[in-house]
Write a protein that binds this ligand. Structure first.
Ligand code: ATP
Ligand SMILES: Nc1ccn([C@H]2C[C@H](O)[C@@H](COP(=O)(O)O)O2)c(=O)n1
Length: 217
């Protein structure tokens, strides 16, 4: 059985829901690395840091203490001892996280925390993000690159948030994907040895079943 499963892909492709489902089915831990970038962003905003000033972000990032809980049934994320699971999903953090995630010092800090979490998870772990198969865990036993049609992604995310304008949602997802794909430091990328899974026409359970079967092979 594979010990580390890396699930990468563009925004809203279903990484979190799928990863939690796969981890629960296999009895693995689950690490949401996007939540770590969001929690870092929340902590920087709390400090009044201009997220577009890379030097200020790099300097302040070292002060932030992040703690991730890796139970797939109830993952948690805290910044400086504060549970930020709710606030990191709000508009303020969502619109500020991309520039923070481009800063190399932030990535260095968070990749190091992510590798520590992987080392602690002796019973196996599903790790999801943008650079897991390429940078964080290049030796992962199974790498998935999860995609879905942009219109399907936008509709699902709009439904989840109760937003009516799926077109605006599609544009917002495309903007985040463009920033994530084009940054110099560990961009969103498909690892050469990743299995591409397209969830556009699959239910969440079908995607989970497929990945669990791959892990058990
Ligand atoms: N195969 C699927 N069928 C239907 N809905 C799905 C499927 N996969 C995910 N969803 C729904 O799509 C939405 C986005 O999924 P999710 O949050 O898991 O994506 P994500 O890739 O983790 O997003 P982000 O990159 O923003 O963190 C959620 O509402 C989720 O329930
Ligand atoms: N390994 C990762 C995980 C996430 N990011 C960036 C990409 C997004 O802009 C942001 C939030 O991620 P989400 O919660 O939407 O998955 O963090 C990254 O650069 N690397």
């Amino acid at each position: 059985m594979t010990d580390v499963i890396a699930i990468d892909g563009p925004s809203g492709s279903g990484k979190s829901s799928t990863s939690r489902g796969v981890a629960s089915r296999l009895g693995y831990a689950y690490l949401d690395t996007g939540a770590m970038y969001r929690a870092m962003t929340w902590a920087l905003l709390q400090r009044g840091v201009d997220v577009h000033d890379a030097d200020a972000v790099a300097a302040a990032a070292h002060e932030v203490v992040l703690t991730s809980g890796t139970d797939p049934a109830g993952p948690t994320i805290a910044a400086d001892g504060v549970d930020v699971s709710g606030p990191i999903r709000g508009d303020e953090v969502t619109s500020a996280v991309s520039p923070v995630a481009t800063v190399p010092e932030v990535r260095e800090l968070l990749v190091s925390l992510q590798r520590e979490a992987i080392a602690r998870a002796t019973g196996g772990i599903v790790v999801e993000g943008r650079d897991i198969g390429t940078v964080v865990a290049p030796d992962a036993g199974l790498k998935i690159y999860l995609v879905a049609d942009p219109v399907a992604r936008a509709k699902r995310r709009a439904a989840e948030l109760g937003v009516e304008d799926a077109d605006a949602m599609r544009e917002a997802l495309a903007r985040r994907d463009a920033i994530d794909s084009n940054r110099a430091a560990s961009p969103l990328a498909q690892a050469d040895d990743a299995v591409v899974v397209d969830g556009t026409d699959l239910t969440l359970d079908q995607v989970i079943d497929h990945i669990v079967a791959l892990a058990q092979q």
